[in-house]
Design a protein around this ligand. Structure first.
Ligand code: FAD
Length: 309
């Protein structure tokens, strides 16, 4: 079923999840076991992130260097297939522009259609190590809006509307955008190109999300805007999350974590309770759904789901 229709038909907010494909070496059974604890809360879909191939250069005997593909994780397509064979749940593979030409992406779309996958998230992806700005490969897409257009024209070509398309939104602005207004104008390009809904980057202050939704509505964006949450789980994340995702951690949460000192269990509890209160407040504001970034962890998310859904 398409997420667009799930969103239309649902009468109350529901949870959804995002997982990262496991590192190579894990088995399908281990992957499915790691997802099982979430299932009693009836999440409507599971998103599976997509990771760009990396290459490393190794010195060879002749004094030169040779290029080697380093793929650390199982592919998102394999993960989706594994989940589909075990659970009755919609899977949503992420597709990124980075590292792939339009033709390679089209070939992936054929695979997804063949597997009976009805949904994708269209993203640009980040620059690779050593690249200053994101650069598409020759024949690749520059922006997620171009990817959305590409998916919609693939569908026209084959005469079938295969996918509901989600895109990313940044309540605290994408780090490359000069200001939030321009970023929202660019977000609208993704919707105008045919995206059905938005999932936001994680945030720790709900007022940031409410303000973003209001700005988007004023800019003429009418599709559902699903809030994305991640519970803080270690003190290190106070610096790591802002650095990786260009977001703010509220002063109150920062102080609570700092006051817990070296007590890791206390920090974990603070992060979980903070996320529970964020989630309760979002539900009270009747958001369409709440999307959880699991990042390979289940215990804290399960506790939040138990408390809120
Ligand atoms: P875009 O929408 O293309 O925007 C990128 C930048 O370009 C923004 O600053 C925007 O304002 C600007 N821009 C957009 N269009 C134009 C235009 N026409 N002209 C000028 N400027 C423009 N990354 C992964 O690698 N794998 C994942 O699985 C993944 N999942 C994610 C899931 C969610 C819900 C989110 C929010 C992010 C995810 N990311 C993932 C991270 C994402 O790839 C990065 O944040 C990336 O830097 C931007 O992707 P985007 O799709 O938002 O890009």
């Amino acid at each position: 079923m398409k997420i667009r229709d799930i969103l239309k038909e649902s009468v109350k907010p529901f949870p959804s999840l995002e997982i990262v494909p496991p590192l190579k070496g894990l088995t399908a059974r281990e992957l499915n076991d790691s997802i099982r604890p979430f299932m009693e809360f009836a999440p409507k879909y599971i998103n599976v992130t997509c990771h760009r191939d990396e290459y490393e250069y190794r010195a060879s005997a002749d004094g030169g260097f040779s290029r080697h593909l380093v793929r650390r994780r199982v592919s998102e397509v394999a993960v989706c297939g594994t989940i589909m064979s075990e659970y009755k749940i919609e899977v949503v593979p992420h597709i990124i522009c980075g590292g792939a030409s339009a033709e390679e992406i089209e070939s992936k779309l054929y695979d997804l259609r063949f597997m009976g996958i009805d949904n994708v998230i269209a993203l640009r992806g980040d620059s690779t190590v050593g690249e200053k700005r994101f650069t598409p490969v020759p024949g690749g897409y520059r922006y997620a809006s171009e990817l959305v257009e590409g998916i919609r024209s693939f569908e026209k070509e084959i005469g079938e509307e295969c996918f509901s398309i989600g895109v990313g939104g940044y309540p605290e602005k994408h780090f490359e955008a000069p200001n939030i207004e321009t970023d929202i104008e660019n977000l609208k390009k993704k919707i105008d190109a045919g995206a059905d809904y938005i999932i936001t980057q994680m945030f720790f202050d709900n007022s940031v999300y409410y303000d973003y939704v209001e700005r988007c509505r004023k800019a003429g964006i009418t599709v559902p805007i699903i809030p994305g949450l991640k519970p803080l789980s270690t003190a290190k994340q106070l610096s790591m999350l802002p650095e990786s995702f260009s977001l703010d951690i509220p002063v109150e949460l920062t102080e609570l974590v700092r006051n817990a000192g070296d007590d890791k269990a206390a920090v974990y509890e603070i992060g979980t309770q903070w996320c529970i209160s964020q989630c309760r407040d979002l539900l009270a504001h009747n958001v369409p759904a709440v999307h959880f970034y699991t990042m390979g962890k289940s215990e804290n998310i399960v506790r939040i789901l138990k408390d809120c859904f």
